[in-house]
Design a protein around this ligand. Structure first.
Ligand SMILES: *Cc1c(COP(=O)(O)O)cnc(C)c1O
Length: 383
């Protein structure tokens, strides 16, 4: 029992003193909402994504909603996505009046199965929203081959994938719309926030309008509104945090990969066979290791709750679950979705557990988690 050790959360943000000082400067500057810090943050992000236009927002949810609006997705349109994501991914489809269509996941990658995605395309399909769960991209070449073959827009829900790569290229540096979140648990945070990578200056201008009430200003005192925008801008307080965090992105991504490597080493080659649990894909070189998720051996209803409770109570270790399948949430059941429609998503949704993984985590803490997981699973197996 190691319950006397300090609580180890599954995620914890780290903001360095330099960044805290930079936030203090913004607070003292007389300009705290969207301004120079946002401009600098957008420019830095754009450079990071190979010069593509980038706009900041106050969440990674509205980024996707706005991308759907820019793509002209609305009533009568279908949008295909994965059932294993945060509800935001499907909610934004409903928000713009379109119809969410789910395709089951691949049980190995736990991302949307691209064969099933392609099979779900109908004449009404207008866009695709793939999710890169835990920071692992889908097969990006195949994704865009399918999108191009069927003339579909792609809104990449790369909320978890800042720092991930595909064939050596950064996620966000290519493709169609790419949406990132800077929510507190993400690898890089602004407290809350997000950004959208776009294709053209025209799309970027439209994004600015949707971000702030549809407003365009002209001359000294001219104003007009010609699209229905909302209130989605990022404050300079948030942007100052993002600027500070960006300096560490490369180092923290490397650190997370080292932690993931240590997880695999500590679990060892026999862990899956011995326990019936399933480790994630060893996606070194593509994933940014946003989450480290294992699939528990199925011991019937309550398997995950019992496991999470044991880790918390006996070992003082926090865990998470990402995610409960969206199609089984009430709002989606009301639209006709049922158990049995996406068996892989349902199985993984019931048994997935997210182990601690965060920027300031240490290899000793990885060892502590692995020892606790092994002990709990061994005890379960002995019962
Ligand atoms: C975090 C997250 C979102 C939502 O981002 P917010 O910034 O919280 O709005 C959407 N999709 C996925 C996969 C996420 O992890």
């Amino acid at each position: 029992m190691t319950a006397e050790l300090p609580f180890l959360p599954f995620s914890r943000p780290t903001i360095d003193e330099e960044t805290i000082a930079a936030v203090g400067e913004v607070l003292r500057s007389g300009w705290i909402t969207t301004g120079p810090k946002n401009q600098a943050f957008e420019a830095l992000l754009s450079a990071y994504f190979g010069g593509r236009p980038v706009r900041t927002f106050n969440s990674g949810t509205c980024t996707m909603e706005i991308a759907l609006r820019i793509a002209g997705v609305g009533a009568d349109d279908e949008v295909i996505t994965t059932p294993v994501s945060w509800p935001a991914t499907a909610n934004v489809i409903l928000e713009v009046g379109a119809t969410p269509v789910f395709a089951d996941i691949d049980p190995v990658t736990r991302n949307i199965d691209l064969d099933k995605l392609e099979a779900a395309i109908t004449p009404r399909t207008k866009a695709l929203i793939p999710v890169y769960l835990s920071g692992l991209p889908v097969d990006m070449d195949r994704l865009y081959a399918i999108a191009n073959r069927h003339g579909l827009r792609v809104i990449e829900d790369a909320a978890q994938a800042l720092g991930s790569t595909w064939n050596g290229k950064r996620i966000g540096s290519f493709g169609d719309f790419v949406s990132f979140s800077f929510q507190a648990n993400k690898n890089l945070t602004t407290g809350e926030g997000g950004c959208l990578v776009l294709n053209t200056p025209e799309e970027a201008r439209l994004a600015e309008k949707y971000r702030l009430q549809g407003v365009t200003r002209s001359g000294v005192d001219g104003i007009d509104v010609d699209v229905l925008g909302g209130k989605y801008n990022m404050s300079d307080i948030m942007a100052a945090i993002g600027l500070g965090q960006m300096k560490q992105l490369e180092a923290l991504t490397a650190h997370r990969a080292a932690l993931a490597r240590h997880y695999f080493d500590c679990f060892g080659p026999d862990f899956e066979r011995d326990t019936g649990a399933q480790l994630p894909l060893q996606a070194f070189g593509t994933s940014n290791w946003h989450l480290f998720q294992i699939i528990l051996p199925d011991q019937g209803p309550g398997t995950r709750a019992a496991f999470m409770t044991r880790l918390q109570q006996d070992y003082n270790i926090g865990t998470g679950y990402h995610y409960a399948p969206i199609h089984l949430l009430t709002l989606y059941r009301e639209r006709g979705f049922r158990e049995g429609m996406f068996p892989h998503a349902e199985q993984i949704g019931r048994l997935t557990v997210t182990l601690p993984m965060f920027n300031a985590m240490t290899t000793q803490e990885v060892e502590r988690v692995v020892a606790a997981v092994k002990a709990v699973l061994k005890k379960d197996a002995a019962q």
